[in-house]
Write a protein that binds this ligand. Structure first.
Ligand SMILES: *[C@@H]1O[C@H](CO)[C@@H](O)[C@H](O)[C@H]1NC(C)=O
Ligand SMILES: *[C@@H]1O[C@H](CO)[C@@H](O)[C@H](O)[C@H]1NC(C)=O
Ligand SMILES: *[C@@H]1O[C@H](CO)[C@@H](O)[C@H](O)[C@H]1NC(C)=O
Length: 319
């Protein structure tokens, strides 16, 4: 009885693994809706979306690859030992794969998007430095929070919309770290979690931390603007203004969307180059190869004008 069960289980596992490459390991439910093929792949890509007909992230990005990318995160000198894991990432990504996260275009485009997203994450959460063992790029996901915040990041301008909770501190937390009450408030609204009163949830729950980061990646900062996802996968067509501002589809513009003139339009800054280096390194580790990242013009935002300049008087009325 027992052995029979084991044999059956082994067979089932083999069937899943043996499935030819290029094809997903989960048999989708396929339907045609208004002439379009849409699929549902169960928990990882749910809800009849055309994106779910493509490979899902766990089809081409597995535990060992996550371990390679973030090799040092559980070392004794890391600052979030035991916190981050593959499962949290995939669980968080599941909610966004039906919307195209890691499921847009062919396998290479999908893998590039995961490398780009994680490149941002790795760079923002690294404790690597020039002489660190394994090199400076091996230390992503070393933090899950800012260690010595010197303020509460409470902006009173938002006291009606996102009032600070007494005693709460809105310092950096997460995979693409959140700062300030309004960012916790907005993200919490989107994820239906009370982050304004409980910003600490982000440092207690890796799935939530990844969710917040993927939500940011997938969501425009302002209405009528592209998201980082959009500018990366080619959903976004630059307008004449974009072209004049040197904004082109690709990795460079993802930094513009997420960080604006903190990073972009500053020439070859260290923080910009650090993100690019993480992205290229992850492409190599994932077996895609950094040559797929494209030329420097696409990778960089050194000469770009920000979508949302911080200097000009409260920017435009576009939102
Ligand atoms: C699904 O993958 C194919 C290539 O394998 C690609 O041409 C197509 O655009 C992808 N679907 C979506 C919705 O991105
Ligand atoms: C962590 O966050 C996820 C996603 O928001 C949620 O589903 C889960 O219940 C949370 N876990 C705990 C222990 O609160
Ligand atoms: C293009 O830029 C000009 C000048 O900054 C601005 O007035 C105009 O509204 C912009 N057009 C679009 C479509 O954003």
């Amino acid at each position: 009885m027992e052995t029979k069960y084991v044999v059956l289980l082994t067979l089932a596992v083999m069937l899943v693994l043996v499935n030819g490459d290029g094809e997903s390991s989960v048999k989708p439910i396929v339907k045609i809706v208004k002439g379009k093929k849409v699929c549902d792949k169960g928990w990882e890509c749910k809800g009849l979306s055309e994106y779910c007909c493509n490979q899902t992230i766990s089809d081409y990005f597995q535990t060992y690859q996550f371990e390679n990318l973030f090799a040092k995160r559980n070392s004794p000198v890391a600052h979030a030992t035991g916190f981050w894991d593959y499962h949290s990432f995939i669980t968080a990504a599941a909610g966004y794969q039906p919307h195209g996260f890691g499921t847009t275009g062919g396998k290479v485009t999908s893998m590039k998007e995961v490398a780009a997203f994680l490149g941002h994450v790795g760079s923002k959460t690294s404790c690597g430095y020039g002489v660190a063992t394994g090199g400076p790029l091996a230390w992503g996901l070393c933090y899950n929070k800012e260690l010595s915040p010197n303020k509460l990041y409470c902006d009173d301008y938002y006291k009606l919309t996102y009032p600070c909770s007494p005693g709460a501190s809105y310092h950096g937390r997460g995979a693409l770290p959140l700062y300030w009450n309004y960012n916790y408030g907005e993200t919490g609204e989107a994820l239906k979690v009370d982050l304004l009163n409980h910003p600490e949830y982000i440092e207690q729950n890796a799935t939530l931390a990844f969710q917040a980061a993927i939500w940011r990646w997938m969501t425009p900062v302002k209405k009528h603007q592209p998201s980082a996802h959009d500018v990366f996968v080619g959903n976004w067509k630059p307008t004449k203004n974009d072209t004049l501002a040197k904004r082109v589809p690709g990795f460079g513009t993802t930094m513009n969307v997420l960080y604006g003139d903190q990073v972009c339009g500053q020439g070859d800054s260290e923080s910009m180059n650090n993100m690019i280096s993480h992205y290229q390194h992850y492409l190599d580790l994932m077996g895609v190869g950094r040559e797929e990242a494209g030329p420097h013009e696409v990778l960089s935002c050194a000469e770009q004008e920000a979508f949302n300049p911080t200097s000009t008087s409260s920017s435009s009325s576009s939102s």
